[in-house]
Design a protein around this ligand. Structure first.
Ligand code: GRF
Length: 192
């Protein structure tokens, strides 16, 4: 199963996914990485893996739709069957969502529907919850609203700093995302 990963930032989830997919029996591969910033640290990781990077410079297009249309041509040329968002800080539009219905996956660092948005870890921390976690969901037109496919709880201890909690959340993400992608692939979610 041929997948593309979209990332804007550090790329630690992209890295975790790519490491898991190096196992001979993993039923999927990352075909290329899509970034919306040329200097995203994820780009250097892709280079280490000898994986092609597709830089989508939205500023070169008159609309998000035009940018996505151009990206779609590349995705189709590479026969990409599904998309894994891993810290991609943009909302996807109809063009991609309609081209990959139910085949775009996102990871969110909180237990949705709690704490959606950009600051899932910090918002949960500041709300003082004793438990937060990680969610994997399919992407629809809303923000962090599509069907949930997996969740893992993460404890927040009273003496935790935000950095402690952040680290624990990321460790959980790096375990849950590859495992869930494997299950989705095995269920045939990305099959034509
Ligand atoms: C992760 O916490 C993910 O849940 C969120 O963005 C972060 C990306 O981190 N959507 P990284 O770039 O994979 O390290």
């Amino acid at each position: 199963t041929r997948l593309a990963v979209f990332a804007s930032g550090k790329g630690s989830n992209f890295w975790a996914l790519s490491q898991a997919m190096q196992a001979d029996d993993f039923p999927a591969e990352i075909v290329f990485l899509v970034v919306d910033h040329q200097d995203a640290p994820a780009v250097a990781l892709a280079q280490q893996l000898n994986l092609p990077v597709h830089y989508l410079n939205y500023a070169n297009f008159k609309s998000r739709q035009a940018a996505e249309q151009s990206l779609l041509t590349t995705l189709q040329a590479y026969r990409v069957q599904g998309i894994l968002l891993a810290g991609y800080m943009r909302i996807l539009g109809e063009t991609l969502i309609k081209a990959y219905p139910g085949r775009i996956v996102n990871i969110h660092p909180a237990l949705l529907p709690n704490f959606p948005g950009r600051e899932g870890i910090k918002d949960a921390y500041e709300a003082g919850v004793a438990e937060t976690g990680v969610t994997i969901h399919l992407v629809d037109a809303g923000i962090d609203t599509g069907p949930i496919v997996a969740q893992a709880p993460v404890r927040r201890y009273p003496r935790d700093s935000l950095a402690d909690l952040t680290e624990r959340i990321h460790a959980s993400e790096h375990e849950l995302y590859p495992k869930t992608v494997q299950q989705l692939v095995e269920k045939g979610v990305f099959n034509p």
